[in-house]
Design a protein around this ligand. Structure first.
Ligand SMILES: [Zn+2]
Ligand SMILES: [Zn+2]
Length: 260
């Protein structure tokens, strides 16, 4: 099959590699779509502990192409999205219900073969049926899962007034889910006007364009929107929306004042 293969940072080829096959409790997926995110840019530069030779790609929509022994709940031809993370279940982090911080973490597309290839083999239990979701929608499942984790950590109170820093795909997903999770007002602050327009079209109440060269201007606008806010004026204290080692998002959310 054809695959993108890195042999070192910033050095990759699209090359022929042996076709993988599904072992017991595994399936082989024909990759339908694989998303590219900031993690892939970091991997390109050799960050995030890549293991070479590396085929990146951790946001994967695939069609089950081969079913390994013991797999009964997936069938050939079924469209699925892949959870690319495999934790050991035994280390101290896993036993504290923090599998994304597993000491033995396998992250397909980071330290194990990923989806920038024609086929990928994965545990059947990590494949989630996508049914008739369009691939262009289903491919956002992995970043949406990261955002949902952020929402869990944030513990949003109904009626909260929320500020989201960043309007990349993760920030835009976060703003929408905050909108639907009981936030009273959602403000998105980011440098790129086109992305802020998307945020506004999808439910952001306020958008604030930030200027990296003049952060004071954005801060003044944010203070005007939320005069009583105390948490956004410095580094936002809200949680990173993605604790996954394979997807370290920069978007953060912080309740900026209580209106409940
Ligand atoms: Zn573990
Ligand atoms: Zn990602």
């Amino acid at each position: 099959m054809k695959a993108v293969v890195y042999d070192q940072p910033r050095s990759f080829t699209v090359t022929d590699v042996p076709d993988p096959h599904a072992g017991p409790d595994q399936v082989r997926l024909r990759v339908v779509l694989a998303g590219i995110c900031g993690t892939d840019a970091h991997l390109h530069d050799g960050q995030f502990d890549p293991v070479y030779p590396l085929t990146p790609g951790h946001e994967i929509v695939g069609e089950v192409d081969e079913v390994g022994e013991g797999v009964t709940r997936l069938r050939v031809g079924q469209r699925v999205v892949l959870d690319n993370m495999q934790s050991c279940g035994m280390c101290s982090s896993c036993r504290r219900a923090r599998p994304a911080f597993c000491n033995e973490l396998v992250a397909q597309g980071v330290n194990a073969p990923g989806g920038f290839a024609q086929y990928i083999v994965a545990p059947a239990g990590k494949c989630h049926p996508a049914d008739d979701l369009a691939p262009e929608v289903a491919v956002l499942t992995e970043p949406t899962a990261c955002v949902l984790h952020g929402l869990d950590v944030l513990g949003l109170q109904p009626g909260s007034d929320v500020l989201v820093f960043g309007a990349g795909p993760t920030g835009l997903l976060l703003a929408q889910l905050l909108r639907h999770s009981g936030a009273h007002r959602v403000t998105v602050a980011a440098p790129t006007a086109a992305k802020l327009e998307i945020a506004a079209r999808h439910g952001a109440d306020e958008t604030v364009q930030l200027d990296r060269a003049d952060p004071g201007a954005g801060a003044a606008r944010l203070r005007k929107l939320a005069p009583e806010a105390s948490t956004w004026s410095s580094t936002p204290p809200g949680p990173s929306v993605c604790s996954s080692s394979a997807c370290r998002s920069r978007a953060t959310a912080a309740p900026c004042s209580s209106t409940a």
